[in-house]
Unconditional design. Sequence first.
Length: 709
Amino acid sequence: MDRRQLLMSVGAVLLSAGGCATAGSPRPTPPATLREPRRIAQLGRVRVDEYAWLKDEHWLDVWRDPSRLSPRIRAHLEAENAYAAAVLGDVAQDQRDLVREMIAIAGEAADAPPVRDGDWLYGERHAPGASHQIFFRTPAHGGAEQVLLDAEARAAGKSFFHIGRAAHSPDHNLFAWTEDDTGGERFRLFVKDLTSGTVTGPISVDAFGDFVFSPDSRFLYWTWRNANSRPARIYRTPVRGGADVLAYEETDPGMYMQVGKTASGRFVRISILNADHSEMRLIGADGAAFIVAPREAGHFYEVEDWGDDLVMRSNADGAVDFKLFTTRLARPQRANWRELAPHRPGRVIIGIRAFARHLARVERVDAKLEVILRDRAGAERRVAFPEDAYVVGIDEASPYEAPSVRLAYQSPRTPPQWIEAPFDGGPLRVIADQAAPGYDRARYIVRRLNAPSSDGVLVPIAVLAKHDTPIDGSAPLLLNGYGSYGYTQEDEFVAANVALADRGWVVAVAHVRGGGERGRAWYEAARQTRKHNSFVDFNASAEYLIANGYAHPRKVVSYGYSAGGLLVGASLNLRPDLYAGVIARAPYVDCLNTMSDDQHPLAPLARPDWGDPLVDPVAYDYIASYSPYENVHAADYPPVLATTAVSDDRVGYWEPAKWIANLRAHSTSSAPMLLRTNMNAGHGGASGRLGAFEDMAGFYSFALWAVRQ
């Protein structure tokens, strides 16, 4: 399919979903959501949930098989979809235009350059117009390309398809991948023999999505999900046939687990962690495992092997922003650790990567990233970048024996680049640039601002705008945020944001407390009984941008994804007058009920962040004080668009469904409250590159619509 055909087909899809309302026609009537009050007694407190019925009685089964959703609930969600389509029926042209512009801005593909491993160059690419990639390899010294996996072909005929991970074996004879065709993130694991072309699998239908080959290529280590959709076991499976062997089982539901490998490839690494502590287990080629340091409350670390040594990034000894230790591989016990790089408050070490003769680490200073390259003698080279806001990281595909490190760089105006940084101090070299033909980053500005919150704390804000957009208070603003789990919302290149900037919008990301932008202290400042700071920071950021001419006071639209949905939902309850519209994508808005559900996949893991309302009255009362669903009140709310998916096992579809019903019941304005449910997807929304563009076009066409009301 050529580009013209692609765009025509996208337009047809969007038109078919757009409804028939036109400007000036009577606004459609929203579906009536029945109220069936359910009394919940907990810790001596009583709450009444009028819309609890929207959570299917067999919701765990529904995650595995969406066809099992109650017909009554399905009918309600479909009625909400029809209503949202009717209300937004006149934005079809905006949707078509945005998709076309995103494709033009991002280019036909978004693929990293191939990487050499042994005698082969491995890579992936998108065919023109394709949503899914082709994995391939070519001989390093020249020769024909060999297709390892055609994901576009495997996706044919499926409403959802996603590759979780794909990798070749160390001996180059095998290729494995995980795929999900429901959106529920229950992956199937396959292995392909690259000599015969034979595909074995699925090895499991309940894989977590991560896996790694053993160093000798004889086994696959992979993570299994239990009935509550939690990673619970690591299995070792012989790739040439044979019984699975249980390599490790985690019995604490409050710990997350994943399997990978060290940069050298000599060890399989099992990472067991939550928000407060971690434990790393290494497995060598002989299958023998050892613990680097047993889990200990408050101690978080990660490990790489480096020749005869191990290197640890650790917060031991009060190093809240982390420091580096090293020890002999033969003596991994913590008593033998010695300091390699000291703790520097305010300079957060966020990651390490070992190479044969060098060590690379990434540090964050005042919300900006730097890369430090160190040789075995201790000499260091610091690599920084001039833009006000950007993200840079060490490409995981960087070969262990290479004389340079491959960095992945992008900014709100700079499409992804791959940069080679020689260890010997030579100049940086851009080896690949994703900029589409005709795209000119000089047409845009990126600025770093600092907004004072209510207590005087300065909140970093990254701003993108077209260079000629007047900063005089006339521009509409899209304000994005996250602010939870210590996760940093990086300042990435997003084609949809550039498309909005082309329309005269300012696009901003408020790096509120609760994220990791300024280290552990920034995270702790909006965690558990300090979570309110995130919401105050977000509203203060909006006010600052308005006061300083970056936004029209009645044209601010907020956007939040997942826990970012909590941010925009709680901020909305505090200041409904501040926003012209709210976009809540898979929003975590029913916090009190979710954290009170022991069966929920993420509840035990998330309790260090939110508290446990099942046993702690303080946690109960505090969550109840900000949970968006419980705190909707009579007010002139602006229009809200919430999106969800039936197979989402992180934020259940019922959370935004209940929230929208409650907003509709209490709002004193005539603004519509809209819910869109994808019946064939999960937490990430539609699958594939084109599906992602269509999702973003739907969100941003709502923003365009909201500021016109």
